[in-house]
Structures are given as C-alpha cells and as structure tokens.
Design a protein around this ligand. Structure first.
Ligand SMILES: Nc1ncnc2c1ncn2[C@@H]1O[C@H](COP(=O)(O)OP(=O)(O)OP(=O)(O)O)[C@@H](O)[C@H]1O
Length: 254
C-alpha cells in the first residue's frame, strides 16, 4: 500500500498532511507516535472512513474507487478500544453473532450464513481463545474478553489487510503472547498487518515502523535499522532508551 501527498481531514481541518508512506505488502507495519499525532486518523482514512486528498493506493488502484463491499473484503479494521460503544451492539447481541458480523462482506443481501461463514467464526473465536464465550452477550464481558471477541470479528473477515488500532488493549500477558503467535501465522499466509501500538517493545517486533508526530511523518524504516532506533528516541524527545533483551528490543522510559 502506498500514499502520496496524503492529507487527512476531520471537518475542514487537516489532521495529517503530506504523507508519503510505503506499507509493505505481506509484512507487519507498526504506526507509533505521541498522543494526538494522528495514528488512529491514519488507520481510519485507510479504512475509508475519513476524507482525504492525495493518493492512497493498493496495487496501483486508488482505494477510494473501490465499492464499500470490495473495500470491506480487502481490509478489516479494529477500532481503538474495540471502538464502538457497547450500546452500538445492543443489549443482547451474542459473542457468536458479533463475530458473524465480520462475515457480512462475504454474504449476499438477506442470505443466511453459509457453512464456510460458521467455520470462519468458530476458527476465529478459537484463535483468540473466546470460543467458550460464544453464547454470552457482548455487553457483559470484561474489557479483555471483549477485545478478544472483537479481534475474532476482525479475523473472521479473512481480508488480505488487517488494520488494528491498539489491539493489545486490555489483554493479559498470555493473550498478548497468543496475539504475537497468530500474527506470525497471518504473516505466513501472506497477510499485511498494520497496527497502532503504544507498547514500543511490541511495535519493534514489526518489520516496518512508521512514526508520526504532530500530523506529519517523522520517520519510516525497518525496525532493526539503527537509524530507525535513533529516530524513535528523538520522536519521544530522548525520554526513552532502547536495549536488546535476547532477540528483542525493549524501550525503557528515562
Ligand atoms: N472526532 C474528532 N473530531 C475532531 N478532531 C479529532 C477527532 N478525533 C481526533 N481528533 C483530533 O485529531 C488529532 C489526531 O487524533 P488521533 O486520534 O488520530 O491521534 P492518535 O495519534 O491516535 O492519538 P492517541 O495516541 O492519543 O490515541 C488530535 O489532535 C485529535 O484531537
């Protein structure tokens, strides 16, 4: 995916300006930056939810020229904190039916879910360790349980590109480790992953980093490149240091 001179608007105001980004296909890209930098807005614009000027293309095709259904099949999006308020799902929508909503782009108008839809929903709920919750109303779940269900809904879409805004929110360490495992499986299947993460040590597990600051691109590059590490330290005003622990980088506030 590529952007050229991309500017993103909320109402009349540009939240992000002049972004020239390369999001490598079949890799994991993490977007990081301080609060208010525009990370969520960038994901929302890619998902077709915010007005933009400039180019936002996939394989040379402008995303804005795709129909909503075609875009929904190509891209799945997890909003920040599971996004939508619990009320949006109604009082009684079950976990199973919530995840089935992820299959809508594959279903015809008023068609009942197919065998393939049911298989995808079960697989997704198993992957996020939420299958045992399937009969529960979404509204009654804890924050972490709810996040695992919304991650399952994202997986059920079976899209080529997965956009995730703070996917680790509310997850305990074992479920964070599970997340990394199934991310690895998705990458092995050739999927493109784009995450917004505040946890820098997780962001550094990605292949590619995009750093935003005050609505502009600060730096983009490989997560293993020393220039990326230097840019990351500058992004946070020198208030972090990076240290290697085994194969992983950790960021220590300083
Ligand atoms: N609905 C909205 N209407 C108007 N301005 C908004 C709206 N949502 C966000 N903004 C503004 O757009 C800018 C970018 O916000 P965005 O949520 O994209 O930042 P972010 O980098 O994801 O921040 P955080 O790390 O705090 O989640 C901020 O200045 C924010 O105040």
């Amino acid at each position: 995916m590529k952007t050229r001179q991309l500017s993103i608007y909320r109402g009349p105001c540009a939240i992000l300006t002049d972004l020239n980004l390369n999001i490598p296909q079949g890799q994991w890209t993490s977007i990081i930056g301080p609060n208010g930098a525009g990370k969520s807005s960038l994901l929302q614009a890619i998902a077709g939810l915010l007005r933009h000027t400039g180019s936002l293309s996939l394989d040379g095709i402008e995303l804005s020229t795709l129909t909503r259904k075609a875009l929904a099949k190509k891209l799945a999006w997890l909003d920040q904190q599971g996004g939508s308020s619990p009320e949006e799902f109604g009082d009684s929508l079950s976990v199973y039916d919530t995840v089935m909503l992820g299959r809508l782009p594959h279903q015809g108008w008023l068609h009942l879910p197919s065998e393939a839809d049911h298989i995808s929903v079960e697989k997704a709920l198993q992957q996020t360790d939420a299958w045992h919750l399937r009969y529960r109303p979404l509204q009654q779940l804890s924050g972490g349980e709810r996040q695992r269900v919304l991650l399952a809904r994202l997986l059920a879409v079976d899209s080529d590109i997965l956009l995730m805004d703070e996917p680790l929110a509310n997850l305990d360490p074992p479920h964070q480790a599970d997340f990394l495992k199934w991310q690895g499986n998705l990458l092995a299947q050739g999927k493109t992953l784009v995450t917004v993460l505040h946890e820098i040590h997780f962001a550094l597990r990605a292949d590619h980093l995009i750093m935003l600051d005050k609505g502009r691109l600060h730096f983009q590059g490989s997560s293993q490149d020393p220039r990326t590490h230097q840019a990351l330290i500058e992004l946070f005003d020198g208030r972090i240091r990076l240290e290697k622990l085994g194969n992983d980088w950790v960021a220590i506030p300083s």
